[in-house]
Design a binder for this molecule. Sequence first.
Ligand SMILES: O=c1[nH]c(=O)c2[nH]c(=O)[nH]c2[nH]1
Length: 294
Amino acid sequence: MAYVLGHHQYGKAEVRVVRVYRDTDPHELVDYNVSVALQGDFADAHIEGDQAKILTTDACKNTVNAFAKEHGDAARQPETFALVLARHFVRDVPQVSQARVQIEAYPWDRAHGTPHGFVRRGDHVRTTTVTVRGDDETVVSGLRGLTVLKTTDSEFHGFYEDRYTTLKPTNDRIMATEIQAQWLHSVTETGWEASFSAVKTAITHSFANAYSYALQHTLWEMGQAVLDAAPTVSEIRFSCPNKHHFVVDLSPFGLENPNEVFHADDRPYGLIEASVLRAEGPGRSDAFDPGQAW
Ligand SMILES: O=c1[nH]c(=O)c2[nH]c(=O)[nH]c2[nH]1
C-alpha cells in the first residue's frame, strides 16, 4: 500500500464537570473542563473500520463524571484528578498505551462569606496537562488569561531597523500582556494548590517589579523568578501577546499628552514566546500541550 497511517489519537474533549463537596460546611466546589486524548492500538478503526478496540468517547466522558464522584478527593486539584484519570485509561484499558488528560479549572470565590454562594473569578484560568505512558508520567501546570499591565519601567529601543521600520524608540511606555504559561514539574506529587500559587505570585511579582527592556526580557525575568521560587519546576513556557498601548495625539486639541492618554489596541499584537529551563534539566517537550503556539 502506498500510504501509512500517521499520528492518531482520540478521546472526548471539553467535558464540563462541576463537583460540589456538600459534606463540608461551607460547601466547596471545583469547576473543570476536561479533555481526554488516548493513543494506542487503534489503527484498525481508521484502516479497517473495526471498532473492537475503541473505548467510546462517550465512555471517556462517563469516566470523567464518575471519577468526580468515585475519586472526589483527587478531584479537588486538577493535577491529581488528571493523574487518576490518565492512570486509569492506561492501566485498565489494555489497548491504551498513552493517555493525556488536560483540564482547565475555573476558579470561584466564596460570596460574602456565605456557605454556598460563589462568584466566578475572572482573572485567570488554571490549566494542567498530564500524560501517562506506562510508568512514565509527566505533569504540567499552567494558567491563561492572566492580564497584567505596568504604567512605567518599560523601555523599547535600540532595535534593528530596515526600510519598513517606523516604530519610534521609547524610554517609557505601558507594557501589558495576557499571560499564558505552562510549567513542567519534576515530581508527580506535591501540594498542587500551593505550588500553583507560588508560581503565579512569582510571575506577577516579577512582571511588576523587574525593569523591562522588552517583553522578551520580561519573559526571561519571569521565567527565572519561577524557577527560583519553585525548585520542583524544571521548565516554564510563556506565550504572551504584547497588548500595545499607543499614546493618543492630543495636539489637534492644543493638549499635551505626557504618557497619560492611550489607545488600547487589540490587534494586531506582537506575540512573544519563550521557554526558560534549568541548564541541567532534561527537556521533556512531549509533556507540553501543543495547543499553545509551539
Ligand atoms: O517588547 C517588545 N518586543 C518587540 O519585539 C516589539 N516589537 C514592537 O514593535 N514592539 C515591541 N515590544
